[in-house]
Design a protein around this ligand. Structure first.
Ligand SMILES: *Cc1c(COP(=O)(O)O)cnc(C)c1O
Length: 428
């Protein structure tokens, strides 16, 4: 099929002046061996590309848009806010309002500092953990993504509980040696790491529900185990809830699983679609940050009024009525429908799901860590992805990303998605 293709034109133009033509690598569609569609606008659950094609969007800007695109209240409040100026570099009432909402929502957060991205949130939380404990090493789980900062873009070495290798050229080996990497959901390797490096470990950081190697749920007792061992060893426990915060429950995974971390990193949803991150936690730890404490962290545009406005508006809507029950029902409906279709066709697929997000893995076996997530059928995924896109379903262009659902997805959208899904699965 030959169609007018403005996306291709724009992509060639972009590649001349932007590395890879994109401002974040996964957008380039390399994993799925194709070129990206360029988006013109979004409305509710839909995005429209520059060629006028409509897609039902299950990426939702990689998670933030839990209300869908251009939610009328968010747009209206932003419109009002922009006339009052876009940034002052001085305190505003809005920052306190958003902080109060976050502190009320998240059981383990007593104070919170705003930054501009999730990467900044995790970077700052690590510095705080190191400053507070006076220790250097960080323990992370392989397959968990915490943004692109040097201490966390680290890959596992060989064998369990080993010091890491740089996840990118440009990260010094010496930095990587400060990060220990262990498999997700593996209790024993955490014990081993503490046995060897215990008094050097400033913090354990993880996504309490992993959502960057596909969605992987913590196994029974795993989060409690991490809580106990870090407390016993004098390390801090950091939950990176940049995706899960205000998604899997209003109070994030920490509310859902009833485990209180020392520090929590946030982003995505709390910015209502504008660039935001935040980190928060126990008062005595947070008071260690400048200007009250010695650990330095700052930001010219941090807490800017537009991002605060979009965040406050979004979180207020999430706090009303039975928002999460409805989101859960939509997620379950879609996942159950897809499961049945795959069962009818006899295609081996594993679904991992929770409220508002899920993953489909082309795999015979259960997916519980990075290793099992890596062994799924990549070729089949690429074929599936391309056919879904062609038929108007916009999924993340990688088998390692979550599928997100918003309040804006209506029954008819879910049913249309399932109809197309059946066609695609049947012709795989
Ligand atoms: C997206 C993400 C980040 C990084 O946030 P950015 O705003 O992209 O810097 C950190 N942690 C998790 C769990 C994420 O999903």
């Amino acid at each position: 099929m030959e169609k007018a293709n403005k996306s291709e034109e724009l992509f060639s133009r972009a590649r001349e002046v932007i590395p890879g033509g994109v401002n974040s690598p996964v957008r380039a569609f390399k994993t799925v061996e194709s070129n990206p569609v360029f988006i013109d606008r979004g409305e509710g659950p839909y995005i429209y590309d520059v060629d006028g094609n409509r897609y039902i969007d299950y990426v939702l800007s990689w998670g933030p848009l839990i209300l869908g695109h251009a939610h009328p209240e968010v747009v209206q409040n932003l419109h009002k806010a922009v006339f009052k100026g876009t940034s002052y570099g001085a305190p505003t009432r809005l920052e306190t309002e958003l902080a109060e909402i976050i502190v009320d929502a998240l059981p383990a957060v007593e104070k919170v500092r705003m930054v501009n991205s999730g990467t900044e949130a995790t970077m700052s939380a690590l510095r705080l953990a190191r400053g507070y404990t006076g220790r250097c090493k960080i323990l992370k789980m392989s397959g968990c993504y915490h943004g692109h900062n040097d201490s966390l873009l680290i890959e596992a070495g060989s064998g369990p509980a080993t010091l890491g290798n740089p996840g990118s050229p440009g990260i010094p080996e010496s930095f990587a040696r400060e990060t220990i990497v262990v498999p997700y959901n593996d209790f024993e390797s955490v014990e081993k790491a503490f046995a060897v490096y215990g008094s050097d470990i400033a913090a354990v950081i993880l996504e309490p529900v992993a959502a960057n190697m596909g969605v992987i749920l913590p196994e029974e007792g795993y989060l409690n185990f991490l809580r106990d061992i870090t407390r016993k060893e004098g390390s801090l426990l950091i939950f990176d809830e940049v995706i899960t915060g205000f998604r899997v429950a209003y109070g994030g995974a920490e509310e859902l699983y009833g485990v209180d971390p020392d520090l929590t990193c946030l982003g995505k949803i709390i910015g209502g679609g504008l660039p935001v991150g935040a980190y928060g936690g126990r008062r005595e730890i947070m008071d260690y940050i400048a200007p009250d404490g010695p650990v330095y962290q700052a930001g010219t545009l941090s807490g800017n009024p537009l991002a605060m406005t979009a965040g406050i508006t979004t979180l207020k809507i999430l706090g009303k009525g039975n928002f999460y029950q409805q989101l859960r029902e939509k997620t379950d409906y879609l996942v159950r429908g897809m499961q049945e279709i795959c069962r009818d066709k006899g295609i081996p697929v594993r679904f991992n799901s929770l409220t508002g997000l899920f993953s489909q893995f082309f795999s015979e076996r259960e997916v519980r860590d990075y290793q099992s997530a890596s062994q799924t059928d990549r070729k089949l995924f690429i074929k599936f992805f391309k056919m879904m896109l062609e038929k108007g379903i916009y999924l993340a262009p990688s088998p390692f990303e979550a599928t997100f659902i918003s309040q804006a997805h209506q029954q008819k959208d879910l049913d249309q998605t399932l109809e197309i899904y059946r066609e695609v699965i049947n012709s795989l």
